[in-house]
Design a protein around this ligand. Sequence first.
Ligand SMILES: Nc1ncnc2c1ncn2[C@@H]1O[C@H](COP(=O)(O)OP(=O)(O)O)[C@@H](O)[C@H]1O
Ligand SMILES: [Mg+2]
Length: 454
Amino acid sequence: MSDSVIAAMETAVAADPQNPALREHLAQLLSQAGRMDEAWTHATAGLGQAPANTTLLGIAATAGEATGRQDEAAGYRTLLNALDPGNATSAPAAPAPTPPPPPPTATPTSDESMPWDNDEDSSSDDEERVRAPMPAAGDVPDSVDELMDMWGDSDAPPEPEVGEMSRERFYLKDVGGMEDIKSRLEVSFLAPMKNPEMRQAFGKSMRGGLLLWGPPGCGKTFIAKAVAGELDANFYHVGLSDVLDMWIGSSEKNITNIFDMARRNAPCVLFLDEVDAIGQKRTQLRGGGAMRGVVNQLLQEMDGASNDNEGVFVLAATNHPWDIDSALLRPGRLDRTLLVLPPDLPARQAILELHLRGRPTEKLDLAKIAKHTNGLTGADLSLVCEQATEYAMTASIETGTVRPITMKDLGKAVKEVRPSHGPWIESAKNFAMFNNEDGRYDDLLAWIKQNKIK
Ligand SMILES: Nc1ncnc2c1ncn2[C@@H]1O[C@H](COP(=O)(O)OP(=O)(O)O)[C@@H](O)[C@H]1O
Ligand SMILES: [Mg+2]
C-alpha cells in the first residue's frame, strides 16, 4: 500500500474526523500496510461514531492484538462475535484468544477486501444487525446503548478509582450561544488538536492544555464535555477538591494513576475540575510540603517527559484563577486560558429550552424570557425552570389534570431567582484590578466595564 494513498486518506480524515466511513477506509489501509498502531487509533476513533461497525471492530481487535492491547482487543472481539454470529468462534462471554480470521470473500463495494469483510453490507446496516436475532448468550447486546455499556466493560478498566469516565455524544453545537468562546476554542485548541499532520508539518507539539475560568454555574464543565465530543474522545472528570484530602500522603502516586487512566483511555479529555484546590490547600497548609508534591507530580505528568501523552488533552477549570499555582500556567502546561462568563442572550434561550425539554408547556416565547434574565447563570436559569415547573405541578395536583407550564409561571419564577454570581464578580474584580500587570484579566475587566458593574 503506497504511503501517499494513506497520507491522502489521513488528510481526508483530519478534514472530516466525524466520518466513520473515512476512518474505516483509513484503518483498513493502515492495517494492510502493517501500521497496526495507527490502524488501532483510527479504528477505535471510528467506533466512537459507529459502535456497531463490524469492519472497524475487526480491525480494532486485530490491531489491538498485534500491539499488545490484549484486554481491549478481546473486548472488541467479543463484540464482533456478538454482532456478527457468522464470525463467532466461541461464546461471546469467553472468546478464544485469537480466532482465525474467516476466509476472504470479495465485497462488491470495495476493492480493498479484508479478511473480516466477510459480509457484503458490513457497514451499512449495523443498526439492523443489532436488532437481528442473536445466538443465545447473556452478553449479546440488543440496542446500541447496551452495546456501549458492554463496550465500557471491555474497552477500559470499568470504573476509575477517582473521578468519572464517560463517552460524550455532545458537541459545541449543543452549547447555546457563546459564539465568541466557540470560535476561540476552535482556533486555539480544537483545530491544532484535530490536525496532527499540520502540527507535525509546523513542528508544533501537542503539549499544553486549556484552563477554563469564570464564575460558577456558567458552563465550564458543559464546554469541557463538548470539547471531548468534538475531539471524539473519552471524558474523564476529576474533581480535585473532593480527592485532595485522600491524596495527602499518597498524592504523587494518585496523580500518576489518574494520568495513566487517561492514557489508557486515549483519546481522552482529562478534565481537572477545581484546579485551584491545589493552590488553596497549599496556602492553608502553610508552605504546604504535601501539596508541593502534588503540583510537581502534576507538572511531570503534564510535561510528559517520561510518558506518551499522545491523545490526552488536559482541560482544567477554576472559579479562582488567582489561587492557581503559577507553575501550572507556564508554557506547555495550562498555557491557554478561556474566560467563561454568564451566558449571552442566545445562550440563555438555549439553556431554557434545554431545561424545559420534554415537559408539558403551553406555547412559550423563550426569547422573551431570555431577554429578562440578563445576568443569570446557567445554574440560575435551571432553577428558574425548576420553579416554574413546580408552580405548574402544584396547580396540576390541585385539579388532578395536567396544567402545562405557562409564560406566567416562568415570569413568576424569574422574579424569584436572584443572580448568583454577584459575590464572585465582586471578588474577581478586586483581584483583576490589582493583579493585571500581564493582562491576564483583560477579558474580565472589559466585561465588567461593558456590563457597567460597579
Ligand atoms: N451555553 C449553554 N448552553 C446550554 N446550557 C448551558 C450553557 N451554559 C450552561 N448551561 C447549563 O448550566 C449548567 C451549569 O453549567 P456548568 O458547566 O456545570 O457550570 P460550571 O462548570 O461553570 O460551574 C449546565 O449543566 C447546563 O445545563
Ligand atoms: Mg463545573
